[in-house]
Design a protein around this ligand. Structure first.
Ligand code: SF4
Length: 340
């Protein structure tokens, strides 16, 4: 439990109620992310109050998976990074107030901004994400949305997010909740959290209905042309590769992308169509259409299944948060440490 931390020489006299903290930041019960001794690991073990306590005490840094079962979640988080992140967060937070969405602001570990919104019970991640996209679009802001997925296949987890009030950072004035007007940390973080308002499932559904967000995904496809027509549920490296690649890795990437599409159930015809379009609109210079067709054919007909995670041409597209990566790390970590 974090308490009495120093910040800029000032004592901060608050003590976090671990149970309340754990009830607010509740995610998938059987998995968590961990930073310990400089290593990130995804752990397939039940999350306990002790984990939260150790996080607040700074013994570990805890991440939780926002997606519960059946594509439900108890909170929405927006992660703003880079230049202008505070201004963007401020715009979104103020715009959200028009809809009575009481986001709270955490200054992240890097000094950027996280906005959190809590629900009084599990809500549809799809709806929560629709609302988040609307807020970002209307505020002309960019942020990562957590949960990152509407739903995941059975046994999947999605991506985890690091929790605020990390004991190792609060003393540096980071991972604290701040007043959006003054940008100063609330003097009593515990009492601030105990007063946080939550949004009901009914209110969220009403917001989605009233703003026609059920149709947002289709509208985005139409309005933004090719940019939104690619599959949004592929693994992180595939998402990045779909943004277009350079001449040196076009062949390898086309082949690996075909494998991603195949393993996500895309027909050969559909994969070919998507990759021809990707090649023509994103790659500079593009491959010939015959080369793309050959890559897809090879991936589909020869029983290949690997994503090429170790391939030096694929590694630059890889992300730590990828479930494939986390699964590997989790197996290693549990094998080394066991559940505790
Ligand atoms: S672990 Fe493999 S599948 Fe996942 S992002 Fe990295 S390269 Fe892609």
């Amino acid at each position: 439990m974090s308490s009495d931390e120093e910040e800029g020489g000032e004592r901060m006299n608050w003590r976090i109620d671990v149970q309340h903290f754990a009830s607010l930041f509740r995610g998938h019960p059987d998995a968590f992310g961990l930073m310990q001794d400089g290593k990130i690991a995804a752990v397939r073990c039940p999350v306990s109050l002790l984990h939260y306590r150790h996080h607040l005490e700074g013994k570990i840094r805890l991440g939780i998976y926002p997606l519960l079962s059946n594509g439900r979640t108890l909170f929405l988080a927006l992660d703003f990074d880079g230049p202008g992140s505070r201004e963007s967060a401020w715009r979104v937070l103020h715009f959200a107030r028009h809809f009575h969405l009481p986001f709270v602001w955490e200054v992240s570990k890097s000094g950027d901004a996280h906005l959190w919104l809590f629900f009084s019970g599990p809500v549809s991640s799809r709806d929560a994400r629709r609302v988040a996209r609307m807020l970002l679009e209307e505020s002309e802001a960019r942020a990562e949305i957590f949960p990152k997925q509407d739903e995941v296949p059975e046994g999947g987890l999605g991506n985890f997010i690091w929790l605020p009030l990390s004991g190792e950072s609060v003393g540096k004035g980071r991972t604290l909740f701040i007043d959006p007007e003054s940008l100063d940390p609330y003097p009593d973080q515990n009492s601030f959290l105990s007063g946080v308002r939550k949004v009901s499932e009914e209110d969220l559904a009403r917001l989605v209905d009233m703003n026609g967000l059920n149709a947002t995904d289709h509208r985005a496809d139409r309005e933004c042309g090719q940019a939104r027509t690619y599959p949004g549920h592929l693994l992180p490296c595939a998402q990045k590769m779909l943004e277009g690649v350079s001449e040196g890795c076009r062949d390898v990437v086309a082949f690996r992308l075909a494998i991603h599409l195949k393993s996500h159930g895309y027909t050969w015809e559909r994969a070919k169509e998507l990759l021809q379009d990707w090649n023509a609109t994103r790659n500079r210079p593009p491959l010939s259409s015959g080369e793309v067709a050959a890559k897809v054919q090879s991936a589909y007909l020869r029983g290949y299944s690997g994503y090429g995670c170790e391939d030096p041409l694929i590694v630059p597209f890889c992300e730590e948060s990828c479930p494939v990566k986390q699964k590997t790390l989790a197996v290693q970590f549990v094998a080394e440490e066991g559940c505790r």
